[in-house]
Design a protein around this ligand. Sequence first.
Ligand code: CAA
Length: 258
Amino acid sequence: MSEYETILIERKGRVGVITLNRPKALNALNGQLMREVVAAVEAFDADDEIGAILLTGSEKAFAAGADIKEMQPKTFAQVYAEDLFSQWDRLSAARTPIVAAVAGYALGGGCELAMLCDFIIAADTAKFGQPEIKLGVIPGIGGSQRLTRAVGKAKAMDLCLTGRNMDAEEAERAGLVARVVPAADLLEVALEAATTIASMSLPIAMMAKEAVNRSFETTLAEGVKFERRVFHSTFATADQKEGMAAFVEKRAPKFVNG
Ligand code: CAA
């Protein structure tokens, strides 16, 4: 029996799949779901047999936001003392690449959870938004920061201030999502992308992820210097030797994750 109640866990080859599973609440992110997603991501991240993580929801909703019914009775003192939503920050510490496969609603915390992943593959049914303002609050899991970095100030302000949703096409044009695919193909395409990532050298994939993420934290000159040092360090791995030898010998590489 699974140790989790609000998510489903599966292994598909070297991909760890996490499916949000509170269908009656459109996968609203309550405290239990947050703890379970964080625990599942950390468990897959610590597992040498897992080379990529795929996070998804249902056809109707990736997640319709933080659980409003759970939040409603809370006081300022409570949300401040428990530092509500701070546990989600632990997903940013995961080294293993995380792909989000989003169909249907990805609103509020749902949009923020998708943005906590490394990239988003969206079904043509996906709807993204930060509607918190309509509830008298603002985004609380990084939406005002990550959405702005992803789509720029104009659209981030538009979404955060009007609370309107953006469809998958607009989200792709704006740079929020990497690809849009027909809803029926979403899981297959996302699993294929995650499987491709998991077929690479895991330490090198981690370095690539770390280098891209550094661009959000530093200046261009410092970021380029960081990238170059990490690039140099790839030459210390067996997988760089194997990857380049395989190219020269016109064969597929066999990475050893070292
Ligand atoms: N929290 C708690 N329950 C939610 C929920 C949420 N965020 N979203 C949906 N649900 C529940 C509904 O209450 C309903 O439950 P009942 O059957 O018990 O009434 C069930 O899920 C189905 O929802 P609807 O009947 O509303 O379904 P719909 O198809 O008519 O509408 C929707 C779908 C437009 C997504 C609508 O549910 C909605 O607007 N949800 C709220 C979206 C929202 O405001 N999200 C932001 C939350 S705040 C936040 O996330 C803060 C943050 O930054 C961390």
